[in-house]
Design a protein around this ligand. Structure first.
Ligand SMILES: [Zn+2]
Length: 222
C-alpha cells in the first residue's frame, strides 16, 4: 500500500476555486477550519464565472446548431399541404457560420402556391439573416438537397438545386420582411407517382412525412 507522507506539501482542495495555499498534509485540516469564509467566497465567485461561461456556451450552441451538416429537415403533414395547395417552409439554416440565412420551401403540387402539377417542387429561399451586413450580395453558391429514401439501404433522390447558373436576383439581400417571396430550385424535384406508388427499393413518404437533407453547401460569393 502506498503511504502518504504527512510532511509532503499539497495544494489546498479549494485550489480549483483559486486558493493558492500549499501546505503540509498534517496542517491541511487547520487551514480548512480557519479559511472557511475565504473558501466560501472563492466558490461563490467561481460559480458566478461558471454560470456566465455556461450562458455564453449556450449562445454559441444556439448559433452553431443550425449549421450542423448534414442538415435534416422533416416535412410533416405532407397531405395537408398537398390538398391545401400551400408551400411548406423549413426552419432557417445558415450556409456556414457567419453566413447567409436560407430556408427550404416545398410545394407539393409543383412550383408555387396553388400550382396543380403532379410533381413536388423544392426551392431555396433567401432570408434576412443576422450576418447580412458583412456578406457579399447577391449570394452565389451551390446547394445540394436530398429527399431521403426511408427504405433501408435505398438511394435518396438527390439534386443540386442551386448552382452557378441560378438567377442571382433570387438571392439578393432581403430588405423587406424576413424572406424573399420567390425561391429557386426544382419545379419537378420528384413526381407524385414516385411518392404514392413506391417501388421495392423506394419509399420517400412515410407517416405523411418527407425528410429532406441539405447535404452540401458551397459559397462562391465570399
Ligand atoms: Zn485553501
Amino acid at each position: 500500500m502506498e503511504e502518504e507522507c504527512p510532511k509532503a506539501k499539497v495544494p489546498c482542495k479549494f485550489s480549483f476555486a483559486g486558493c493558492k495555499v500549499k501546505l503540509k498534509r498534517d496542517l491541511v485540516q487547520r487551514h480548512l477550519d480557519t479559511s472557511k469564509d475565504e473558501h466560501l467566497e472563492m466558490i461563490a465567485s467561481e460559480c458566478k464565472r461558471l454560470k456566465a461561461d455556461v450562458g455564453n456556451l449556450q449562445l454559441v450552441v444556439a448559433q452553431i446548431s443550425p449549421f450542423l451538416s448534414p442538415l435534416e429537415l422533416p416535412m410533416n403533414n405532407f397531405e395537408r399541404f398537398r390538398s391545401g395547395g400551400t408551400v411548406w417552409r423549413s426552419n432557417a439554416f445558415y450556409t456556414h457560420f457567419g453566413g447567409y440565412k436560407l430556408c427550404l420551401g416545398v410545394s407539393p403540387n409543383g412550383w408555387a402556391e396553388g400550382d396543380s402539377s403532379t410533381y413536388v417542387g423544392v426551392a431555396i429561399y433567401m432570408m434576412k439573416g443576422e450576418f447580412d451586413s458583412r456578406l457579399k450580395w447577391p449570394f452565389k453558391g451551390a446547394i445540394t438537397v436530398e429527399l431521403i429514401n426511408q427504405r433501408k439501404g435505398g438511394e435518396s433522390c438527390k439534386k443540386v438545386i442551386v448552382d452557378q447558373y441560378t438567377d442571382p436576383r433570387h438571392f439578393e439581400r432581403v430588405t423587406e420582411g424576413d424572406i424573399r417571396d420567390n425561391g429557386w430550385g426544382y419545379p419537378q424535384f420528384i413526381s407524385h407517382s414516385d411518392l404514392y406508388k413506391p417501388e421495392e427499393s423506394k419509399e420517400y413518404l412515410v407517416n405523411d412525412t418527407l425528410i429532406f437533407r441539405v447535404t452540401n453547401i458551397e459559397v462562391f460569393s465570399v
